[in-house]
Design a protein around this ligand. Structure first.
Ligand code: IMP
Length: 837
C-alpha cells in the first residue's frame, strides 16, 4: 500500500473508533442509565463514559482469562488489605491508547473530557504507600503480561475524607460507592462461606488418625466483585477481585424465623459489617477485633478461590506451588498461611509434612515496616474465640519450628523466646511477622537499606536460620499514571525528544542526559514546570484562598503525617525562615511556597496536633505583611491519589526527611524525581538508591545516616544539648511552646515541644536540625540559578529508570514467583468479524 492509502485507512479506522465511542456512550446514557441530554447529571456523563471505556476492555479481559485456562501458566496472587487505586478512567484510556479518541468524541458532542474525568471519585481503599504500591503493581503486572490477580476487600467506606476546620483535621466518611462504581462487576456466583467462632472437636477416622472438625461456627458469605486491570499497549487485562461480606441464607432463615424482624435485620447488618470500612491507620497499631476478622475474611475467601481455580485444572494439590505464587503484602493477609494448612489438612486430608511443604513453597512475604510498634501481634484470646482451629495449627507450627531452632542452636534460650510465634508477655499474642517468615519461602524488604536492617536487626535470628529466604525488592511506581497520565506536558516533551519507549521501559529516560546541554530543551522543560505550577497555584487559590508566587520554589512534603516522617522538622525550617525575615525585614531570601498535604490517623493524637501546628504556622506567616510573597505555607486538605497527581508535576523540591533507618522505602520520593523535582532527603529508604542512580551531586543529602542514628541512641542522646547550642532552634521551639502560633490557647502546642525536649525526641529532629537548615541554604542557593536547577531536575528524571514498578515486578517474577510473561492473542476475532458484517 502506498502512504496515501495507508493514511486514508488509518483515518477511516480513527473515524470508525470515534463513531463507536459516541454510539457506546449515548447508548449507555440511554439504556444503562435511563437518561437523556435533558436529565443527565455530570455523574451520569461520567458513568456513561466509564461504561463505554469498560466495554473496550471486556473482550480483552475475557480473552486474557481464557488464555490463562488454555495455557495454564503459573499465576500470581497478590493479597493486600489495601488497594489505593485512585481514579480509573484516565488511566484506562492511557493504557488502552484511546485517550485522544475519547477526547475528540466527547468534543464532538460538546463535552469536555477533563470535566467528565473530574467527576470520578477516587477508589481510596488504602492508607498510603503500601496500598498505592499494590495498585502500581497491578498496572505493571498487566502491562508486562504476568498472569496475576489482586485480591482485597471491597470496603464500603475507603480512607476518610479530610477536612480542615479551624486548622484541625476533621474526618468525613468516604462514601465512594454512592454514585455507583462503573468499573466493577458483581459475581453473585462466586461465593464462599467464611467461618468464625465455634469450637473444634476431634474424632478418629477408620485408621485411628485424628480428624478435627470446626463446628458451631458463625458463618459469613464472601461475594466477589471484579474490576478489570488493563495493561498498557497489550491485550492483557487482569483481574482485581474484592470481597464483600453478605449474611448467609441459613443465617437469615434462623434469625428471621425467631419472629423479631428488626432484631434480625440488625444482626444481618452486623455480619455484613466486616467489609464496611477500611481501618485508617498507617504504621500505627490497630488491635481491633473487627480488623482481625477482616484479615481472616480476605485470607479465607481468597484461598478458597485459589484452590477452586487450581482444582479446575489439576487434581494433585502437591502441584500447587508450581502453579500458584501467593504474595502477602505485609502480614495483614498472613492468616492465609494457617488457613492453607487448615484446608490441606482438614479438608483435603493431606499429611502435615506434605501440607507444610506446599504452603511454604507457595507463600512469600513482603515486610513494609521496621517500626516495632507497627509489627502486627494478635492476642491469643482473639484466636481462641474467633479462629480456634487456626490457633491449634499455629501452636503446632510453632512446636515444630522451635524444635528446629533448638536443634540448630542448642541451649540458646533467648533465641527461642525471640523467634517463637507466640509472645509470652502478660498478654499472650501471636507474632504475625514470625508466622509469615516461618510459613514462606521468601521474605523481602522494599529497599536495600530496609532489607539490610531486617537481616541485621529486626529479623536477625531468622536471617541466621534461613539466610536463603531473605531478599530485597526495591519498590517502584508506574510511569503510566505518575508521568504519562499526571504530567502530560512533561511526558509530551520527553516523547518529542526520545520517543515513547520509556512508557514501558523507564530506563530509556537515560537518553535525556545529553539534553541538559540543549538550551532549547532546558527552556521548554522550565516552561512545562511553570505551567504545572500555575495549575497548582490555581488549585491553591480555589481551595485555600492563598495567592502564591509561581516564581517561588514549590517545596513539597506530601505523605501520611507521622512523627518518623518528621513534618515537624520541615515546620522548624519554616519558622526559622520566618524569624530571619522578621529579624531582618530586608533579608534577601529565595521565595518559597511550602506545601504540606497528608492525613493523620484519627486516633493518633500527636499527628493531628502536627496538622494543627502546620496550619497555625501558615496562618501566622501568610498573614504577616512583613513576609510578602517570600514565604507561604499551604496545607492542602484531603491528600489522596488524585491530589497527588496535581502536586507532583508542580513540585520543585521534594522533602524526604525521615529519620535514617525508619522509612522502609517511600515511593513519593520516586514520583517527585520522575516529575522533575530535586530531593532534599536523609540517607533513608529508597533515597539512598535514588542518590546512587541520579548522582550524589544532583540530590541534597543531610543528617545522620542509619548507623549514626543507632550509635547516638546507644551512646545516649540528649536533645536538650542541641536546643541549648543552637539559638535559632531554641527560638523556634520556644515560640511553639509559648503559644506564638496559638495566641488564644497558648498551651496548645506544648505537648509537641515536650516530646522533643522532655520525652527523648525519639526521631532525633533536634540532632538533624542544623544539618537540615544548612542543606536548605544550599537548595536556595541553587534555585537562584534556574537553568542549573532545571538541568539537575532533568538529570533526576533521566536517572529514575530503576524505580519503575515494571522493574520491581520483573524482579519479583524472576526471583520469587518463578512466573513468565505471557502474550495474549485475541481469540475472539470472530466477534469483530461478526460485528463488521
Ligand atoms: P474464574 O477463574 O473462575 O474466576 O474465571 C474467570 C474467567 O476465566 C471466566 O470468566 C472465563 O472467561 C475464564 N474461564 C473460566 N473457566 C474457564 C475454562 O475452563 N476454560 C477457559 N476459560 C475459562
Amino acid at each position: 500500500m502506498n502512504d496515501e492509502l495507508l493514511n486514508a485507512t488509518a483515518e477511516s479506522a480513527e473515524l470508525d473508533m470515534m463513531m463507536l465511542i459516541i454510539k457506546s456512550f449515548l447508548e449507555h446514557l440511554e439504556y444503562t442509565l435511563g437518561k437523556d441530554k435533558y436529565s443527565a447529571t455530570r455523574h451520569d456523563l461520567f458513568n456513561a463514559l466509564a461504561y463505554a471505556v469498560r466495554d473496550r476492555m471486556v473482550e480483552r479481559w475475557l480473552d486474557t482469562q481464557q488464555a490463562y485456562y488454555n495455557d495454564d501458566p503459573k499465576r500470581v496472587y497478590y493479597l493486600s488489605m489495601e488497594f489505593l487505586m485512585g481514579r480509573t478512567l484516565e488511566n484506562s484510556l492511557v493504557n488502552l491508547g484511546l485517550l485522544d479518541n475519547f477526547r475528540e468524541a466527547m468534543n464532538s458532542l460538546g463535552y469536555d473530557l477533563d470535566d467528565i474525568m473530574n467527576q470520578e471519585q477516587d477508589a481510596g481503599l488504602g492508607n498510603g504507600g503500601l496500598g498505592r504500591l499494590a495498585a502500581c503493581f497491578l498496572d505493571s503486572m498487566a502491562t508486562m503480561g504476568i498472569p496475576a490477580y489482586g485480591y482485597g476487600i471491597r470496603y464500603e467506606y475507603g480512607i476518610f475524607r479530610q477536612n480542615i476546620v479551624d486548622g484541625a483535621q476533621v474526618e468525613i466518611p468516604d462514601n465512594w460507592l454512592r454514585y455507583r462504581n462503573p468499573w466493577e462487576m458483581d459475581r453473585q456466583e462466586h461465593l464462599h462461606v467464611i467461618k468464625f467462632n465455634g469450637r473444634v472437636v476431634e474424632r478418629k477416622d477408620g485408621e485411628a488418625n485424628s480428624i478435627f472438625d470446626w463446628i458451631d461456627t458463625d458463618d459469613v458469605m464472601a461475594m466477589a466483585y471484579d474490576t478489570p486491570i488493563p495493561g498498557y499497549g497489550t491485550n492483557t487485562v487482569n483481574t482485581m477481585r474484592l470481597w464483600t461480606a453478605k449474611s448467609t441464607r441459613e443465617f437469615d432463615l434462623t434469625f428471621f424465623n425467631e419472629g423479631n424482624y428488626i432484631r434480625a435485620v440488625e444482626k444481618k447488618m452486623m455480619t455484613e459489617n466486616i467489609s464496611k470500612v477500611l481501618y485508617p491507620a498507617d504504621h500505627v497499631p490497630e488491635g481491633k477485633e473487627l480488623r482481625f476478622k477482616q484479615e481472616y475474611f480476605l485470607a479465607s475467601a481468597t484461598l478458597h478461590d485459589v484452590i477452586y481455580r487450581f482444582r479446575k485444572m489439576h487434581d494433585d494439590l502437591r502441584l500447587l506451588p508450581d502453579k500458584v505464587a501467593i504474595q502477602l503484602n505485609d502480614t495483614h493477609p498472613a492468616l492465609a498461611i494457617p488457613e492453607m494448612m487448615r484446608l490441606l489438612l482438614d479438608h483435603f486430608r493431606l499429611d502435615w509434612q506434605t501440607a507444610w511443604d506446599i504452603t511454604t513453597r507457595t507463600f512469600a512475604y513482603t515486610n513494609h515496616t521496621i517500626l516495632p510498634e507497627a509489627l502486627e501481634k494478635w492476642p491469643i484470646w482473639f484466636f481462641e474465640q474467633i479462629l480456634p482451629r487456626h490457633l491449634q495449627l499455629i501452636y503446632e507450627i510453632n512446636d515444630r519450628f522451635l524444635a528446629e531452632v533448638r536443634s540448630r542452636f542448642p541451649g540458646d534460650i533467648g533465641k527461642l523466646e525471640r523467634m517463637s510465634l507466640i509472645e509470652e508477655h502478660w498478654e499472650r499474642k501471636v507474632r504475625m511477622a514470625n508466622l509469615a517468615i516461618v510459613g514462606s519461602h521468601s521474605v523481602n524488604g522494599v529497599a536495600a537499606l530496609h532489607t539490610e536492617i531486617l537481616k541485621e536487626s529486626v529479623f536477625r535470628d531468622f536471617y541466621e536460620m534461613y539466610p536463603e529466604r531473605f531478599n530485597n525488592k526495591t519498590n517502584g511506581i508506574t510511569q503510566r499514571r505518575w508521568l504519562k497520565g499526571a504530567n502530560p506536558g512533561q511526558a509530551a516533551l520527553i516523547g518529542k525528544a526520545i520517543g515513547e519507549g520509556w512508557v514501558t521501559d523507564l530506563y530509556q529516560l537515560q537518553q535525556l542526559r545529553p539534553l541538559i546541554d540543549d538550551p532549547a530543551f532546558v527552556a521548554e522543560w522550565r516552561e512545562v514546570k511553570r505551567q504545572n505550577k500555575q495549575r497548582l497555584a490555581e488549585y491553591i487559590r480555589k481551595h485555600n484562598c492563598i495567592e502564591v508566587n509561581i516564581d517561588s520554589m514549590f517545596d513539597c512534603q506530601v505523605k501520611r503525617i507521622h512523627e518518623y516522617k518528621r513534618q515537624l522538622l520541615n515546620i522548624l525550617h519554616v519558622i526559622t525562615l520566618y524569624n530571619r525575615i522578621k529579624e531582618n525585614p530586608a533579608v534577601d531570601q529565595v521565595p518559597r511556597t511550602i506545601i504540606f498535604s497528608g492525613k493523620a490517623a484519627p486516633a493518633y493524637y500527636l499527628a493531628k496536633l502536627i496538622v494543627r501546628l502546620i496550619n497555625a504556622v501558615g496562618e501566622t506567616v501568610n498573614g504577616d505583611p512583613a513576609v510578602g510573597d517570600r514565604l507561604k505555607v499551604v496545607f492542602l486538605a484531603n491528600y489522596g491519589v488524585s491530589l497527588a497527581e496535581k502536586i507532583f508535576p508542580a513540585a520543585d523540591l521534594s522533602e524526604q526527611i525521615s529519620t535514617a533507618g525508619t522509612e522502609a522505602s517511600g515511593t513519593g520520593n520516586m514520583k517527585f524525581a520522575l516529575n522533575g523535582a530535586l530531593t532534599i532527603g536523609t540517607l533513608d529508604g529508597a533515597n539512598i538508591e535514588i542518590m546512587e542512580e541520579v548522582g550524589r551531586e544532583n540530590i541534597f543529602i543531610f543528617g545522620m545516616n542509619a548507623g549514626e542514628v543507632e550509635e547516638l541512641r546507644r551512646k545516649g542522646y540528649v536533645p536538650r544539648d542541641y536546643y541549648n547550642r543552637n539559638a535559632e532552634l531554641k527560638k523556634g521551639l520556644n515560640m511553639i511552646a509559648e503559644g506564638t502560633f496559638s495566641p488564644t490557647n497558648r498551651e496548645l502546642f506544648r505537648p509537641i515541644v515536650d516530646t522533643l525536649l522532655n520525652q527523648g525526641d525519639y526521631y532525633m529532629l533536634l540532632a538533624d536540625y542544623a544539618s537540615y537548615i544548612a542543606c536548605q541554604e544550599e537548595v536556595s542557593a541553587l534555585y537562584l540559578n534556574q537553568d542549573e536547577w532545571a538541568r539537575r531536575a532533568i538529570l533526576n528524571c533521566a536517572g529514575i529508570g530503576k524505580f519503575s514498578s515494571d522493574r520491581t515486578i520483573a524482579d519479583y517474577a524472576r526471583e520469587i514467583w518463578g512466573v513468565e510473561r505471557m502474550e495474549i492473542h485475541p481469540v475472539l476475532e470472530y466477534r469483530q468479524s461478526a460485528a463488521a458484517e
